[in-house]
Design a protein around this ligand. Sequence first.
Ligand SMILES: [Zn+2]
Length: 135
Amino acid sequence: MNKEMKATLLKAAVEGSKNAHCPYSKYRVGAAVLTKTGKIYQGGNIENVSYGATVCAERVAIWKAVSEGEKEFEAIAVIGPGTSEGYPCAQCRQVMVEFGLDWLVVSGDQDGNYLGDMTVRELVPFPFTPSALLG
Ligand SMILES: [Zn+2]
């Protein structure tokens, strides 16, 4: 994936963070997933007063895409507050594994500046994949 596309995806992740609902943690996260058909779905984290009902930005973006019929992804960009590199939590990594191991996770800061990237396979070196159940 070229530099321009990463920048576009990171910008969409910043946009996604603007609609985050994070009154409890104040930890604003945004994500944007690029499908193989070229569409981008963005999301922000959505917290709930019943904390267990909270959903991360990455899963919001992925579920929006899946609910629109998209299941093949090129990349997902993730941005968090501040300037340090942020990568998805373990639950989000598992959701990513569901849709393949060879797509890219791009990390950025709160302003959408590129900080690094790696594949889902690199983030989850010993994945529990659908083949475990489906053969
Ligand atoms: Zn997560």
